[in-house]
Unconditional design. Sequence first.
Length: 104
Amino acid sequence: MAVKTKLKKNDMVKVLSGKDKGKTGKILKIDREKERVVVEGINVVKKTVKPKSAQEKGGIIEIEAALHISNVALMTKKGEPTRIGFKTEKGKKVRFSKKTGDVL
């Protein structure tokens, strides 16, 4: 079953726990089935890659691994982590920062 999340792709988030605690980055991908997010420049791991053809080279590359969605928090415009709420403005459903009250 897919989890409902208030985060979206391209949101700026702060990592709350793990080896990259305190770092910030942009969400590249959200996997709602596995409850995980991939954040740009965060949780970078080394991966070995086989050459796909005779011309290509294999080797070790660095890629961003997924984090659990509970380990990241959305950033406000001032750069502080916040929770997200929903409210209706002018008949439209919008996200807002629970810390500052600003519409996101």
